[in-house]
Write a protein that binds this ligand. Structure first.
Ligand code: ZN
Length: 316
């Protein structure tokens, strides 16, 4: 059973038992939109890696109707997605999109920017620099993995630098905070009016965190301590469902603590990276997608540093 959006008909497929039901279409076209607060929504991406099937829709985008225009937070992986998001927003509010914020430079959060031409696209200056550095490589990767859907996608830079602090959006205040743990330049946005924290990829939930641009798991963990001091009513992570409690923060911290302990123990015992990649993933992460995949990536690029640090500390 599925909703055929092209013909706008509910097509029924019989199951083997000849029982069937018909469900309403997902509101917001094919985007999986959830209302987080009276004026805040999240379009949830799939908990997967980029591929042709998911069309690159793997991360969360959010939008806030401020009363004087919409703030969009993150624009997805392709221009096609960005356009779809812009159209979808019209289903929820009559307010025009007036501002876009990029939480960080990764392609699944910035490559829909070109669909928002004419709108100021805000980011930390370090995010722009990082996108200048990595953009062409990201674009090649996205086009290879996503295929035709990404054909029109380009690297579209943020065009307004923002600093951490409280920023007014036609009178609607958002607190912008700078972190580094996930990508080196991570903007976390807090909306005091709705109590919503837009965490970008500083937080994941039920999808394993990615670490390739992290300056260090220890740094990320320290920042999570800072983040936990903020009183929130809802958290929107960069990937995974939103929560009305601190679950994304708790799980991200537990995952990073486990990785950190695994690599420290591995060094002490003289294990190879391959041994650690085969480590059993604790049951508490059973519901976390891509856990094995991200464990492999993290060990591949971080374990050498743990070995070097240990060697340096024992040969002083
Ligand atoms: Zn990211």
């Amino acid at each position: 059973m599925f909703w055929n959006q092209k013909s706008d008909q509910c097509l029924l497929q019989f199951s083997a038992s000849l029982l069937f039901t018909c469900v309403a279409p997902v509101h917001g076209g094919s985007l999986n939109v959830h209302q987080v607060a009276s004026n805040v929504w999240m379009a949830q991406g799939e908990p997967a890696e980029l591929d042709e099937e998911n069309k690159g829709n793997i991360s969360n985008s959010s939008f806030i109707a401020t009363g004087n225009g919409v703030v969009v937070i993150d624009t997805g992986t392709t221009e096609t997605y960005g356009r779809q998001l812009r159209e979808t927003i019209k289903e929820y509010t009559d307010e025009p999109v007036r501002w876009v914020i990029n939480t960080h430079h990764h392609p699944d959060h910035t490559f829909g920017n070109s669909a928002f031409s004419g709108v100021p696209i805000m980011a930390l200056s370090g995010t722009k620099n990082a996108l200048n550095r990595d953009g062409d490589f990201f674009l090649k990767t996205v086009k290879e993995r996503v295929g035709d859907t990404a054909a029109e996608t380009v690297v579209s830079m943020p065009n307004v630098n923002v600093e951490p602090g409280v920023k007014l959006f036609s009178g609607y205040s958002l607190k912008l905070m700078k972190f580094t743990g996930h990508s080196g330049n991570d903007l976390v946005v807090y909306d005091p009016q709705s109590g919503t924290l837009f965490a970008g990829d500083i937080l994941f939930w039920n999808r394993a965190p990615t670490t390739p641009h992290s300056p260090g798991i220890d740094i990320w963990l320290e920042e999570l301590d800072r983040l936990s001091e903020i009183e929130v009513k809802a958290i929107i992570p960069g990937h995974g469902p939103f929560a009305r409690d601190y679950s994304p923060l708790v799980q991200t911290r537990e995952w990073l603590l486990w990785l950190d302990a695994l690599m420290k123990e591995g060094v002490m015992k003289g294990y190879s990276a391959n041994t650690l990649i085969d480590a059993e993933i604790p049951g508490q992460f059973a519901g976390m997608s891509l856990a094995k995949f991200e464990l492999t990536r993290t060990i591949s690029h971080f374990y050498r540093k743990y070995e070097d640090d240990w060697w340096e500390s024992t040969n002083r």
